[in-house]
Design a protein around this ligand. Sequence first.
Ligand SMILES: NC(=O)c1ccc[n+]([C@@H]2O[C@H](COP(=O)([O-])OP(=O)(O)OC[C@H]3O[C@@H](n4cnc5c(N)ncnc54)[C@H](OP(=O)(O)O)[C@@H]3O)[C@@H](O)[C@H]2O)c1
Length: 321
Amino acid sequence: MVSELGLGGHEYRRPLPTTLSKWGEIDMETFVATQPMRNEIVKRAIGAGINYFDVTHMEEVMSLGNALKSLGIEREKIYIAAMIVFPFRKMGENPRSKWADIIKGEMERILNTLHAKYIDVFNLHFPENNYSREKFSVFMSVVAEAREEGKVRWVGASSHEPRFLAELIRRHDCFDVIMVRYNYYLQEAKDVLFPLCRMMEIGVVTMKPFCWPYYGIPFIKFGPVEGEEGSPYAPAQLCLKWILKAPEVSTVVPSMNSLNELEENLDAISKEGKIDEKILCKYLKAATGPEAKEKLKKMMSDPNIDIRFFAERVLSEMEAS
Ligand SMILES: NC(=O)c1ccc[n+]([C@@H]2O[C@H](COP(=O)([O-])OP(=O)(O)OC[C@H]3O[C@@H](n4cnc5c(N)ncnc54)[C@H](OP(=O)(O)O)[C@@H]3O)[C@@H](O)[C@H]2O)c1
């Protein structure tokens, strides 16, 4: 029931330069000023049939909530996946007696900010981070209660650790949906999780389609590469098609910061053609080979603050090694 292409929540971030230096803190003036632009993206996405919206940080929830409200979108038209960021860490910073209230309170905050009565998929964010059996059990019982009250429809998990997530699924069979990183560089989920999800009827949402092999930098920044002119797909499109080739993947949720990106990604979904994996392989080589440093140095003057930030990080890691 979900569209193959979903909309990732981080789309709000790139045009908001203050977010990165202080993660999670935003300049409200810029946020409000850029809301109409994000509304346009949400409007076009829904108009084109996108119905799966993932939100992580509170600003993303706020952005989507504002957009849906001002566009007058009927809640039933779309699926919203939301989460509390690092819930186990938050629980761990508080006494055991407060855990359930923390989760309930954060869930209410998300619902209020979305102007919604329910969340479709409530994801357990990073279960591998600060995990304990007790925290897991409290978290799941609060979510089960919310489900009975009609505040949550399905329970999911968003993880960077496919093996840990697979273990949780085997032990508890507690998730309807999972969200994992899956792209040409990070393929572990395909072996470790996809067959399990298929057998156990668990939906698979994939995140981070473009930002590989380095965090925060879309692979296309390392191109162009030889052979791509002959492909029926632009590189980003090729990457989406490659991800969606896996039959277990229900939807992929890239961040899209402009209508142009959205149109290009929508176009990928609607057309058919040869998915030339060799091109993706060449991108990977370009991003990890000797010429990568020069490209990364060039990115230091990219107008996008995220790109500058992450390129600098990768360069300093390269220098160190
Ligand atoms: N729950 C979690 O822990 C968690 C963590 C990470 C991500 N996520 C989810 O996964 C989503 C995606 O992750 P992400 O934003 O980190 O990575 P991503 O989707 O792989 O990369 C997004 C970037 O790709 C570029 N892009 C998009 N469409 C393009 C196109 N057609 N052509 C060229 N470039 C294009 C944009 O960069 P430019 O600005 O350079 O154009 C955009 O910011 C997030 O929005 C979020 O919903 C969740």
